[in-house]
Design a protein around this ligand. Sequence first.
Ligand SMILES: Nc1ncnc2c1ncn2[C@@H]1O[C@H](COP(=O)(O)OP(=O)(O)OP(=O)(O)O)[C@@H](O)[C@H]1O
Ligand SMILES: [Mg+2]
Length: 217
Amino acid sequence: MIFGVLNQKGGVGKTTLSVNLAAGLARTGVRVLLIDADPQGSALDWAAARQGEPLFSVVGFPRPTIHKEISQIGQGYDHIIIDGPPRVTDLARSAILASDIVVIPVQPSPYDIWAAEEVVKLIEEARVYKEKIKSVFVVNRKITNTAIGRDVREALAAYPVHVLQASLAQRVVFVETAAQGQAIFEVDAAGPAVVEMEAVAAELMEYVNYPDLKVGA
Ligand SMILES: Nc1ncnc2c1ncn2[C@@H]1O[C@H](COP(=O)(O)OP(=O)(O)OP(=O)(O)O)[C@@H](O)[C@H]1O
Ligand SMILES: [Mg+2]
């Protein structure tokens, strides 16, 4: 399965979701490749900051030909995650075409909801060439104990993209682990961020018809 984690809006959690989803999948024993399609190279930086054994492979491919080369690059892997770039439309378009499912992290703010229109448009355009591309929104950085998360889900329902029930809250463990090149489950295996991440991954897998693969179990 090829997951493209995309949103042209910057800083919404594409890399955070990509590395933790990749780590959660790798933990189940499947072979996972993370393709860093962002010229900023954040996922590569994450991998370089890591001490000890890598959890999964990371390669940089910030070129608008991913869709043509993905079958070569991804040979031998069970799952591929593409960490998409902000802004650069030709790269995003290529990453969308390469994906079976586009996962769109979105923060609970009106600006993010409006900005999501851009990536939704690209997905609609890509469907002309690749009819079966799936897409989901994942609400990220929800502030706990507020109704904003629920409101954002309602607002996102206006787009022709499925909204996952599960979401991720704003939690420092994401920032702390990023600096060390770690996944969240490595430092706080039973913490709320891990529980939420597992729920997001499980719902995602169910959506793409991989219900038997229990991420992070
Ligand atoms: N749920 C969260 N809780 C706390 N911090 C978070 C969360 N998600 C992301 N962050 C932090 O927000 C910042 C931006 O996240 P990230 O780099 O994953 O976004 P991005 O969409 O990949 O950004 P870019 O568009 O620049 O590639 C990072 O410092 C990250 O650690
Ligand atoms: Mg990023």
